[in-house]
Design a protein around this ligand. Structure first.
Ligand SMILES: C[S@@+](CC[C@H](N)C(=O)[O-])C[C@H]1O[C@@H](n2cnc3c(N)ncnc32)[C@H](O)[C@@H]1O
Length: 210
């Protein structure tokens, strides 16, 4: 297991089912692969970029459901694919430019107590920010997600991918713990979170000079 510390972020290159974290004071904000036997199907542009589909671990569903229960507060994107308790507090990402072959929105299950809320964001707006992960979420979506959490000690994303939740946590000034199993995605996350942490440091330093 490789562990990288970047500012207040701790990143594990590991299978999250092998990492035993105390979740009792954390916000679990994650975007796991969609359930048992899910295989990510790359879109046309992803195939052009030679991205291969990957098959996910079948034990993931159980892991996600257990973590969601143990965390102080949980936001699970794609939570509608898991067996999670009933909730009234769904979040949705509306994609006004979704092509007919794609869903027009994605849903996040939450353990929170609030009204349903939606976030509208064009998929095309992500293009300049794409880092190569086939399931990269918009940074603004993950930043918006964090605003629903109560006070927590840290944000945890056990399916970190390219680290988008981690960047949102760094921008929000919250400690972050991320776990990613695939080496190439883990490296992407380290790089992106380090850039975000440097930016935050520069902003803090320029504030001190004023
Ligand atoms: C939907 S993607 C997350 C994308 C992320 N939100 C982003 O913006 O880049 C899910 C990620 O979980 C990772 N993953 C799947 N099973 C895992 C496991 N058991 N432990 C850790 N990571 C895992 C996959 O490699 C993939 O990168």
């Amino acid at each position: 297991m490789r562990i990288e510390t970047i500012g207040s972020a701790t990143l594990y290159h590991a299978d999250c089912l092998d990492v035993d974290l105390d979740l009792s004071r954390v916000g679990l904000v994650t975007d796991p692969p969609y359930g048992i036997n899910y295989a990510s199907r790359p879109s046309k542009w992803q195939r052009r970029a030679s991205m291969e589909p990957r098959t996910w671990d079948e034990k993931i569903a159980e892991g996600v459901e257990g973590m969601a229960e143990r965390a102080l507060a949980s936001i699970i994107w794609g939570g509608n694919h898991y067996s999670l308790p009933p909730t009234c507090s769904w979040l949705a990402w509306i994609k006004p430019d979704a092509p007919p072959s794609n869903g027009q929105f994605e849903m996040a299950w939450t353990s929170l107590d609030h009204l349903t809320r939606y976030f509208m964001f064009h998929i095309g707006s992500m293009n300049p920010h794409r880092c190569g992960h086939p399931n990269q979420k918009p940074l603004s979506l993950m930043a918006w997600s964090l605003t629903f959490l109560p006070e927590v000690d840290a944000i945890v994303d056990p399916f970190m991918g390219s680290g988008t939740t981690g960047i949102a946590a760094v921008h929000a000034g919250l400690p972050f713990i991320g776990i990613e199993r695939e080496a190439d995605y883990f490296d992407q996350a380290c790089e992106r979170i380090a850039l975000a942490a440097n930016d935050e440091q520069r902003i803090a330093a320029s504030g001190r000079m004023l």
